[in-house]
Each structure stands twice: as structure tokens, then as C-alpha cells.
Ligand binder design. Structure first.
Ligand SMILES: NC(=O)c1ccc[n+]([C@@H]2O[C@H](COP(=O)([O-])OP(=O)(O)OC[C@H]3O[C@@H](n4cnc5c(N)ncnc54)[C@H](O)[C@@H]3O)[C@@H](O)[C@H]2O)c1
Length: 318
């Protein structure tokens, strides 16, 4: 059985940036979908166009509310688990934010799946699990993994919980370590931040760090098609995939692209300095996508192209 054969999808974090795009895709393909989201960073307006449709249900609820979660999941076949804290610096300040909204939340999702005998999970992990690893194309077998922020630590703990639940309770899981996912509806991340800063002050852009931080960016629709590709084409009890591109964009270049797309001229770029934008920032993210590429999936754009497309979409120019 594969993506095509399953009809009932439970999407945690489905009102978020990636989640709402996923829901659009699932609904467009005739699936039955429940979105479970507490709207802490997700937005009702991004799923509003589905409210009232027969096959769509939205529950504004918290993953930490186990009783509501276990009841809501009844009758579903696949859980797409995207709900989590996504404010990485915030999670370093409030040190139990990721522990609760990523790790404990994931434990609750797994328990609720067990109670409802739901056998399939797709999980949004992150490149952050690699921490400050050497700048080389890291494969999924790279280790030991030493995250350097509490968000990454939370994701790694989730991967451990998921693999254990798979081993012990017969759940099957696909875990995806995403690079930076970009597109319309983004409510966080460097492109979004630069646009907000430049709207406030079109004469100056402050860049956190020295601007040399270098990361792979890929579009949200590619992220979704990559997860579906792995779900369709692989069948291990649990498996992990890097999802992104092996091309990169540095932070200064992102600033330049955003400035160009906003049609601004003579913008002074200021740097706060230092190799990291903020404590816990990983200056160079570089991982191999060979594993997922081997199943025929590839990001449709280079990292620079994805950044430009995302900036255009956020600005309403595409
Ligand atoms: N966007 C990226 O570049 C990226 C990279 C790596 C991993 N991820 C992961 O992908 C997933 C989706 O991220 P996104 O970019 O769409 O961010 P997002 O913030 O837009 O989505 C997260 C969603 O989870 C919901 N949520 C958070 N805590 C919750 C809780 N306790 N109960 C119920 N709902 C809760 C939020 O309201 C939001 O809708 C997250 O798990 C994130 O960690 C994203």
C-alpha cells in the first residue's frame, strides 16, 4: 500500500506553513483530512478555504492535550506529524519549549496512534539534528549526532522515540530531515525576516552574523513531493531521509535577492558580526540528498532560485 491507497490523513501542525500546503495537496487529491493545530504559529486563514468541505475537519487543540488528541485520531490511517515549536531562538530562551511542543508532543502522537491502532507516520525532523558537523555532504548514516540548539535536540529525541515505537509497537515511520523549506505563507525564517525589516526601513538591512552562513533552501511543494516519493517507494519499518538540495545560498546573497525583488536601491547592509547569527545557529548546513535522489526525487530549483521564488511569493509578485 502506498500514498495513493490511503484516504484518511491526520495532519498535526496542518495550519502551519508546510502543513497548510500539504493539506491543499491532500484535499485536491480527494483525501479525508483532519488538521490538529493549536494555532501558536499556524494561521486559520491558510486553511480557511477548506472549512465546510465534507472531507475536511479542523480541530484547534494542543498536542499536549492527550485526551483530545487520542479521540481526534480515531479512524485515521496515516499521521503526518508536523506540529512543533518552530521558533528556534525562542526555544533556546524558554528551555522547555521544544521539550514540550516537540518531544512530549511527539510522544503523545505516538501513544495516540498506538491506542487507535494507526500504523503509518510521516515526521518532520530537521537538518538541525546534525549540529555543527564538518562541512561535508552528510548522509543519513552520519554520526554521532550532536545538535547545538534545543530545537535540534528535541527533533533528535523525537527520532529516537519514533524508531523505538516502530520497533516495539509495529508503527511504520518515514522521518525527514528538512533543509530550509521556503514558499508562500512562511511566518518565520530569514527571507520572511528580511522582508519585514526592509518594509520597516527600506534604507538599511541588518544581517545577523557575518553574512557567510550558508544553507540549502528548497520549495515547499518539493518538500511535499519528496515526502510522498519516500512514502510511495520505500517500505522499511522506519527510515530517515535528508530532504533538500546540495546547492546553497549564503545569508548576504539572500539579502541581495530580497532587496532586488522588493525593487529597492542603495540599501546599506549592516552585519552584527560573528560566524553565527544567534546562539545555536549552525553556520554551514550541508547534507547529501543522494538517498532520496536514488528514488527519483530531486528539488526542482537550485537554492538561489528557491530563495528568489519564495521572496516573490511572499511579496505577492508570483
Ligand atoms: N520550515 C522549515 O524550513 C523547516 C525545516 C526543518 C523542519 N521543519 C519542521 O516542519 C514542521 C512544520 O514547520 P513549518 O515551517 O510549517 O512551521 P509552522 O510554525 O508554520 O508550523 C508548525 C505548526 O505546528 C503548530 N503547533 C506548534 N505547537 C503545537 C502544539 N503544541 N499543539 C498543536 N499544534 C502545534 C503551529 O501552530 C503551526 O501551525 C515543523 O515540525 C518544523 O520543525 C521545518
Amino acid at each position: 500500500m502506498s500514498y495513493r491507497d490511503y484516504t484518511k490523513y491526520f495532519v498535526t501542525g496542518g495550519a502551519g506553513f508546510i502543513g497548510s500546503h500539504l493539506v491543499d495537496k491532500l484535499i485536491s487529491e480527494g483525501k479525508t483530512v483532519t488538521v490538529y493545530d493549536n494555532l501558536v504559529s499556524g494561521k486559520k486563514k491558510d486553511i480557511e478555504h477548506h472549512i465546510g468541505k465534507d472531507k475536511f475537519k479542523f480541530l484547534e487543540a494542543d498536542l499536549l492535550d492527550y485526551d483530545t488528541l487520542v479521540g481526534a485520531m480515531k479512524g485515521y490511517e496515516v499521521v503526518w506529524h508536523l506540529g512543533a515549536n518552530t521558533d528556534i531562538p525562542g526555544g533556546n530562551r524558554v528551555t522547555d519549549l521544544d521539550l514540550k511542543n516537540c518531544t512530549t508532543a511527539t510522544r503523545n502522537v505516538l501513544e495516540a496512534m498506538r491506542a487507535n491502532k494507526i500504523g503509518k507516520m510521516l515526521f518532520a525532523s530537521s537538518a538541525c539534528v546534525y549540529g555543527d558537523a564538518p562541512p561535508q555532504a552528510l548522509s543519513e548514516t552520519y554520526g554521532p549526532l550532536h545538535p547545538i540548539n534545543l530545537y535540534g535536540a528535541g527533533k533528535l529525541a523525537c527520532e529516537g522515540l519514533i524508531s523505538s515505537y516502530c520497533h516495539l509497537f509495529g508503527i511504520q515511520a518515514w522521518m525527514f530531515r528538512f533543509a530550509n523549506v521556503v514558499g508562500a505563507r512562511m511566518g518565520h525564517g530569514v527571507i520572511y525576516d528580511f522582508i519585514q525589516k526592509l518594509k520597516k526601513n527600506p534604507k538599511e538591512l541588518e544581517i545577523l552574523g557575518d553574512g557567510h552562513q550558508q544553507k540549502p533552501f528548497f520549495l515547499v511543494e518539493d518538500c511535499i513531493s519528496g515526502m510522498i516519493c519516500a512514502f510511495d517507494k520505500t517500505n522499511k519499518p522506519y527510515d530517515v531521509f535528508n530532504l533538500g538540495t546540495e546547492t546553497f545560498t549564503n545569508v548576504t546573497r539572500i539579502g541581495e535577492i530580497v532587496i532586488e525583488e522588493m525593487g529597492l536601491k542603495d540599501v546599506k547592509i549592516k552585519y552584527t558580526g560573528g560566524a553565527r547569527g544567534w546562539p545555536g545557529d549552525v553556520p554551514i548546513v550541508f547534507f547529501s540528498t543522494k538517498k532520496i535522489n536514488g528514488y527519483g526525487w530531486e528539488a526542482s530549483r537550485t537554492s538561489d532560485e528557491a530563495v528568489r521564488t519564495a521572496a516573490r511569493r511572499l511579496l505577492g509578485n508570483e
